[in-house]
Design a protein around this ligand. Sequence first.
Ligand code: C5P
Length: 228
Amino acid sequence: MHSDQISIPVLTIDGPSGSGKGTISRAVSERLGWHFLDSGALYRAVGLAASWADIAFDDVESLARCAIETDVRFVDRPGDDPLVLINGRDASSELRTETCGAAASAIAAIPEVRTALVDKQRSFRQPPGLVADGRDMGTVIFPDAEFKVFLTASAEIRAERRYKQLKQKGFEVTLSALLREIVARDARDAGRAVAPLRAATDAVHIDATGLGIGEVVERVLELIRHGR
Ligand code: C5P
């Protein structure tokens, strides 16, 4: 990290899949006028690029190279999720599938892949500030972040949210299968040896189970305005 980057404020929002991190992080970044890092999209992009290139998930060397070489670009679209271009190809919809999430979770457990993505993630720290969404933003990538949130919600609520999102995008999914997949992905993310999903010791915990998006956004903004 460049020393002048250290003074740029960062808000990290970590938590399990489907906790609403993405929606909340994006909304907060828009309200603050800060940049936004969707680190999960980077892992998903590497998983997808590896599958396009027929790289086996146990071929660590090729996966690490794929993580370094894959060009991922986010193009903002007003009122919609950003377009995600992987090596110039629009993969925005494909990236959101649970198959892609599972592939991301598998390659994300490989230390060499994580190392390959560290600088890429830190390069998003630009003025006037950054909201970083992921699993290890507050623990590994931006341990010095001034503001840290750990966002959770019950697995049932998270599966329902994913179900609605995927149905809306036209994917054929069932709630019970999604719940199974989410529970399995959480266990893998929390149980892995490197950068497991866990809250930073200085993170503020928010349980979004009974809360609407707007309420969570306000709580996070409150944290920024007044400290913890
Ligand atoms: O957040 P999202 O569901 O898009 O992330 C997909 C997968 O990428 C996660 O299940 C996790 O395994 C991995 N990931 C990670 N570290 C991050 C972000 C995502 O390991 N910072």
